[in-house]
Write a protein that binds this ligand. Structure first.
Ligand SMILES: *Cc1c(COP(=O)(O)O)cnc(C)c1O
Length: 405
């Protein structure tokens, strides 16, 4: 018994290995390639492109009227900012805990971010949001549901209403997730989703923008680069809405290809089932890690119907040196933890301090403090539930060996 406890556990699988594209997706992609019709506007008179069908299916899935497809979520966020009317120099409120394409989109739109603190539960600090909405006079709030943690959307909507904020949601980590039965991405004026390899649907790259606002939809389609063929879109507003913008909206050429749309269409019907598989893995890890006194895991709100494709926890009682050693030892045993405390931006993690292309006002002491001890790892579906339990046991073992306070 005690011998077994002393055994050093190790994990062998890779954290970046995805499941294959479903065979139906491979078949339809092959079929499409045989026709050569990879461009979304390469259609005969009564033919509807894969990309247009996807837009309709995705809008129906989320419960919005319109959808426009992009080459990435970063592009979709950028276009969303432009389409809701963000002008150069305008202030955009945004939670500081997010991924680099989000500040990148703000920069691309020539806007000025006003970063909001996060809480110890990795959620936007809504008191700080209120304070900064009032102090900055900003008209826009870009809310990034970072790593799938969804803040109290009832209160967000109430704050947006009170301060007349236009809400844009970054749902790169919440495709399939809901707040109180309503899909993320349908709360804001615009919602943006990613189908990049590490998100909930894998088409390599890809972005989907949803909205109920006819003007925002028309502008987004024009920005995406419709070559004035927007009539061919299924999930679009009436043609007269486009008339208002055709000569004033540039073509940024950020379209999705039919090949990408085909891959997404083959995965969309499985999304809710995949979400359950992710959550099963998350909960298996959570159950084990909760018994470790140095590990803090946020308790999720009952209304938060998350899709946990990654796991986050905070290490408590560790010094920075111990933290580094902990990450190193976990890595030696095959558990690749990403650490947001790293000062240098590294493999899909970066912190607000390293976005030096932005001029930022004020510090974010609370956020910095949370990030310093924030551990993060992916949960690819190529891991079994048993794999996940082993990962959790390794983390516990390394914790127990470390002499934390
Ligand atoms: C991946 C990601 C994005 C951007 O998605 P891309 O499709 O890679 O441009 C935006 N926000 C967050 C939080 C992300 O993780």
């Amino acid at each position: 018994m005690s011998e077994q406890l002393n055994e050093v556990l190790a994990f062998k699988k890779t954290f970046t290995r995805q499941e294959p594209i479903p065979s139906s997706g491979i078949e339809s992609a092959t079929e499409l390639m045989l026709t050569g019709k990879l461009h979304r506007y390469n259609t005969e008179a009564d033919e509807i492109a894969e990309t247009s069908i996807l837009e309709k299916e995705f809008a129906d899935y989320i419960g919005t009227t319109y959808c426009a497809a992009f080459n990435s979520c970063g592009s979709a966020i950028y276009v969303a900012l432009k389409s809701v009317g963000v002008q150069p120099g305008d202030k955009v409120l945004c939670n500081a805990f997010t991924l680099a394409p989000v500040p990148g989109a703000i920069k691309n739109a020539d806007a000025q971010p006003v970063f909001i603190e996060i809480t110890e539960d990795y959620l936007t600090d809504l008191d700080d949001l209120e304070k900064k909405a009032k102090d900055s006079g900003a008209s826009y709030f870009l809310l990034s549901h970072m790593r799938g943690h969804i803040v109290d959307m009832d209160r967000v909507m109430e704050i947006c209403q009170r301060y007349d904020l236009t809400l844009i949601e970054d749902c790169a980590h919440t495709m399939g997730a809901k707040w109180d039965g309503k899909h993320t991405g349908s709360f804001g004026v615009v919602g943006c989703f990613s189908t990049q390899t590490y998100k909930h649907i894998n088409s390599g790259e890809g972005g989907l923008l949803v909205t109920d606002d006819a003007d925002v939809a028309a502008k987004s389609i024009l920005y995406s680069g419709s070559y004035m063929l927007y009539e061919k879109h299924l999930a679009r507003p009436p043609l007269e809405v486009f008339d208002r913008y055709i000569k004033v909206i540039p073509n940024f050429s950020l379209r999705m290809s039919n090949l990408v749309a085909t891959l997404i269409r083959s995965q969309l019907p499985e999304l809710d089932k995949q979400a359950q598989r992710w959550n099963k893995r998350y909960q298996a890890i959570e159950e084990i890690l909760r018994s470790q006194p140095n590990i803090y895991i946020p308790v999720r709100e009952r209304k938060e119907q998350y899709v946990a494709s990654s796991f986050q926890f905070t290490l408590r009682g560790a010094t920075t040196n111990q933290m580094e050693k902990f990450i190193e030892t976990c890595a030696e045993r095959g558990v690749e933890i990403k650490w947001f405390g790293n000062f240098e931006p590294k493999g899909f993690t970066s912190r607000h301090e390293s976005w030096q292309y932005l001029s930022m006002a004020g510090d974010l002491p609370k956020t910095a403090n949370v990030l310093d001890f924030l551990c993060d790892f992916r949960l690819p579906l190529t891991f079994t539930v048993e794999d996940c339990r082993l990962i959790a046991k390794i983390i516990c073992q390394v914790c127990n060996e470390s002499k934390f306070n």
